[in-house]
Design a protein around this ligand. Structure first.
Ligand code: HEM
Length: 371
């Protein structure tokens, strides 16, 4: 198991903000994507993109940058035209596919591009706080879109403290109570950041201007058969069905569930969350699978942690508080918005699940152990 990932956190060590050579056209389009979308020019600019790019010499961080650029342009093309069609032109499809093969996740916008690799520090001399995060790439741009992503990035950054402390306690078996106390401080900090979402991300703007661009093409009424990636020989001209971007592709909550022994009985959201792992960076996905195995073996081993059951339960209560706030956001930012607007469906999330019922079920399952 790659335990060190828990201490480092899921944000990469190095984020590329610009690919120096060979990607000038996509870099330029991405930098003015909001204007291109406002002027209805996405089809014409995509058709000008140089079809086949050499990705062989890209470093790991440049490859992530390339994935981000193609994912944003691809989604702008899919959802930013007046008429939705179901073919992604070869000008982007071929290179997007090649990058995705190398990264071992599908050619679609995923959380790793939308949040984990999509920021830098505004002031490099200062620590990471919500206000010191600069988002690199947007669709329409604006404070609500930035803030929505900034909150995710700040949570990911803080999460390395709780995950690192829980790793020491449970995996390294350094059963110092201080490790659990540190973890508790960290999850409380995560919840403080989570509570700040409404400060600058307005539900109406989120629902109407941010969310429409992050949908996928699986279980989406706009693309019932999926989407063809033109010129990608490996797909043999067949439409592909991929899920959209969602916080459910973050590894934090599944890692916490596994470490704290929170389980969910089978339901469509659980199946969907398992599927979401395919959209995560490969090392995150492998870590979660290893943690699940560990959890399965150790879950009933509470005897060795008897003295700490109370504080472990406090931690579970905080994960419950996170899920409770999250459910409130799903209601206020999506469900209630959908009641006043027919333009995008209330029934399914960006990933395509009937979310209200099952987010609530997962909240109810986040319960302390008997002490
Ligand atoms: C306005 C804010 C947010 C809204 C409206 C929202 C909406 C949703 C929806 C509808 C789902 C259901 C599954 C899907 O459709 O993909 C979901 C799942 C999820 N989201 Fe969010 N989300 C928000 C913020 C966040 C943040 C900041 C995080 C932090 C990383 C996050 C993490 C998750 C996780 C982990 C799941 C899986 C559910 C679980 O395990 O309980 N979300 N979200």
């Amino acid at each position: 198991m790659n335990r060190n990932l828990l201490e480092k956190g899921f944000i990469p060590q190095e984020i590329c903000t610009h690919i120096p050579n060979g990607f000038e056209d996509v870099e330029e389009i991405s930098s003015s994507l909001h204007k291109i979308l406002a002027n209805n020019q996405i089809s014409s600019v995509v058709n000008e993109i140089d079809q086949e790019k050499d990705i062989s010499s890209l470093s790991a961080s440049q490859l992530e940058r390339a994935m981000l650029l193609y994912s944003y342009i691809g989604h702008a093309y899919m959802w930013g035209k007046e008429d939705i069609d179901d073919i992604i032109p070869k000008n982007i499809a071929i290179t997007w596919y090649k990058i995705s093969e190398k990264l071992q996740r599908p050619p679609i916008l995923s959380y790793a591009s939308y949040a984990l690799n999509n920021w830098s520090l505004l002031d490099e001399s200062k620590p990471l706080t919500v206000e010191n995060i600069k988002i690199l790439q947007n669709f329409l741009s604006g404070v609500d879109e930035d803030w929505f992503i900034m909150i995710h990035v700040a949570i990911e950054h803080e999460a390395k403290n709780i995950l690192g402390s829980l790793k020491k306690y449970f995996l390294d078996e350094d059963t110092e109570k201080g490790n659990l106390e540190d973890a508790l401080v960290s999850i409380k900090e995560i919840n403080k950041i989570m509570n700040r979402m409404p400060e600058k991300c307005d539900p109406y703007i989120y629902y109407n201007r941010v969310r429409p661009y992050i949908f996928g093409w699986k279980n989406n009424p706009a693309t019932p058969q999926g989407v063809i990636y033109e010129g990608v020989e490996e797909y043999k001209g067949k439409p592909q069905l991929f899920r959209g971007e969602t916080g459910a592709q973050s590894s934090i909550v599944p890692a916490l569930d596994a470490l704290l022994g929170v389980t969910h009985s089978n339901d469509p959201l659980r199946e969907y969350l398992d599927e979401m792992r395919l959209y995560m960076p490969k090392d995150h996905r492998e870590l979660l699978n290893n943690l699940d195995e560990w959890s399965e073996k150790n879950r009933n081993n509470l005897d060795i942690h008897k003295d700490s059951v109370m504080i472990i339960n406090d931690l579970i209560d905080e994960v419950h508080a996170f899920r409770d706030k999250h459910l409130e956001y799903a209601r206020v930012y999506i469900f209630e918005q959908s009641l006043t607007n027919n333009s995008n469906s209330n029934i399914v999330g960006t990933g395509g699940t009937p979310f209200m019922k099952y987010l609530d079920k997962h909240l109810q399952e986040t319960v302390p152990k008997n002490d």
